[in-house]
Ligand binder design. Structure first.
Ligand SMILES: Cc1cc2nc3c(=O)[nH]c(=O)nc-3n(C[C@H](O)[C@H](O)[C@H](O)COP(=O)(O)OP(=O)(O)OC[C@H]3O[C@@H](n4cnc5c(N)ncnc54)[C@H](O)[C@@H]3O)c2cc1C
Length: 415
């Protein structure tokens, strides 16, 4: 009998984690990791934070690990199709890889705006290494830069460009960038940080057109105003790269619909990472979460399930962002109506913010307070009863509050 063969499509946070998890859980069959890009799997988060070391991007694993773990890496191979009937993964040259199970971990693509002029030269997006290299080259040209979309990637790029003395304007459809994810108070704090550094933030505006001969020269906004631009970064969200799965008949709805184990509607095909929607144990809502740590965990869990070891992800979602030398981190998810309280840090620049509902912390975010923030994880995951007055009192140890939870972490792994 031949050894089973698992094929993973997409070599990034989720795909690489899944391959490792299969080995860690005793899988002795063949593992092939197929990646469209020709680069060995690298970390994306640094791409928007410095634009240096782009010739030597941080690898997810040292190259030797793929050899040691017996993981076949096929680079520069965009998978063309998944043939469910024959159980074959079609490569671009028409070759087929027979597979006993397939994991789709194809992530997301940067969303385009669909307005005139968006394919002019120097209207860029930032998703992969090639994008980061193109943007880095524009740093040497100078400004003005217009960043369309005040999400984390846009704001991190704004901070880097300002650090190089470039004139930067951020155009954001919401009144305040990041208000949805951070809430109004924290989002306003981040906006002030940018404005202090000289970034112009135009909230409540959208772009109607990019203008130029061959290269972008102007950006037209919905109120008729016109901005000069030598470089534009469009950071207006992403779209799930679920075409392969859809074409294979997998049920998709805003991404590949997966259960808590990573199974899709087609038993041969599994899904993990940014491309997959799953029911969050924290919100009870089905969603896609585009964070490195979450993609990694979903990959780990799905890899284990694919080799018959039951696993679910019960960790609170986590992300971080670096801007102007400050680190913003967040665990959990808050909802409208949650109480918002702030615990001051040692300096005025440091703090931990909490969202509280029914006497429990739903989410916590911090600036330059990694230890304190880490102590909030068990509070959130353990649904520990807390008093807001304790949370905001720097004399009360968050770790001590969290210890109550450590032995009682409930199994809230969603549907
Ligand atoms: C610039 C940038 C900065 C970020 N910063 C942060 C941060 O600070 N903190 C944070 O938490 N998150 C951050 N993120 C988000 C984080 O990187 C993602 O959540 C994570 O990369 C998702 O991993 P993934 O494996 O699901 O998908 P992806 O990383 O999107 O990888 C999918 C892979 O699939 C490959 N692929 C697609 N189609 C095919 C095909 N047909 N055949 C073969 N291969 C295919 C792609 O080439 C790609 O390599 C950042 C993202 C970007 C782009």
């Amino acid at each position: 009998m031949t050894a089973p063969h698992h094929v993973i499509v997409g070599g990034s946070a989720a795909g690489v984690a899944a391959a490792l998890a299969m080995r860690r859980n005793g899988f002795e069959g063949r593992i092939t990791l197929v990646e469209a890009a020709s680069e060995e799997p690298y970390e994306r988060p640094p791409l928007s934070k410095s634009f240096i070391d782009l010739d030597a991007p941080r690898r997810i694993l040292p190259p030797s690990t793929y050899v040691e773990e017996d993981i076949d890496l096929l680079l520069g191979m965009p998978v063309a199709a998944l043939d469910v009937d024959r159980k074959v993964v079609r490569l671009p040259d028409g070759e087929g890889l027979g597979a006993d199970a397939v994991l789709v971990a194809t992530g997301v693509n940067a969303r385009r705006l669909g307005v005139p002029g968006e394919y002019l030269e120097h209207v860029l997006v930032l998703r992969g290494l090639a994008d980061a290299r193109a943007l880095a080259a524009r740093l040497d040209v100078g400004g003005p830069w217009v960043i369309v979309g005040g999400g984390f990637i846009g704001l991190e790029a704004a901070a880097v460009a300002r650090g190089r003395g470039i004139d930067v304007t951020v155009v954001e459809a919401m009144p305040v960038p990041l208000a949805g994810v951070l809430g109004p108070a924290l989002a306003a704090h981040v906006q002030r940080m940018h404005e202090r550094e000289g970034v112009r933030i135009l909230g409540g505006r959208t772009v109607t057109e990019f203008v130029g001969e061959r290269e972008v020269e102007k950006v037209v906004l919905d109120d008729g105003s016109v901005l000069d631009a030598a470089t534009v970064l469009v950071g207006c969200g992403v779209e799930p790269n679920d075409e392969l799965a859809r074409d294979a008949g997998v049920y998709c709805n805003g991404g590949i619909v997966a259960d808590r184990h990573g199974r899709t509607s087609v038993p041969w095909i599994w899904a993990a990472g940014d491309v997959a929607t799953f029911v969050s144990p924290f919100t009870g809502r089905r969603q896609r979460i585009e964070h490195w740590d979450v993609a990694n965990r979903l990959g780990t869990v799905t890899g284990a399930n694919m080799v018959g070891v039951p696993a679910v992800n019960t960790d609170a979602p986590y992300f971080w962002s670096d801007q102007y030398g400050h680190r913003l981190q967040m665990y959990g998810r808050h909802q409208p109506g949650d109480q918002f309280v702030v615990r001051p840090g040692v300096t005025t620049a440091q703090f931990v913010a909490f969202w509280v509902r029914d006497g429990r912390v739903t989410a916590a975010a911090a600036i330059d307070s990694p230890k304190e923030l880490r102590a909030t994880k068990p509070l959130i995951e353990g649904r520990v009863p807390v008093m807001a007055s304790d949370l905001i009192d720097p004399a009360v140890s968050l770790r001590a509050l969290g210890r109550v939870a450590s032995s009682t972490k409930p199994d809230r792994d969603g549907a």
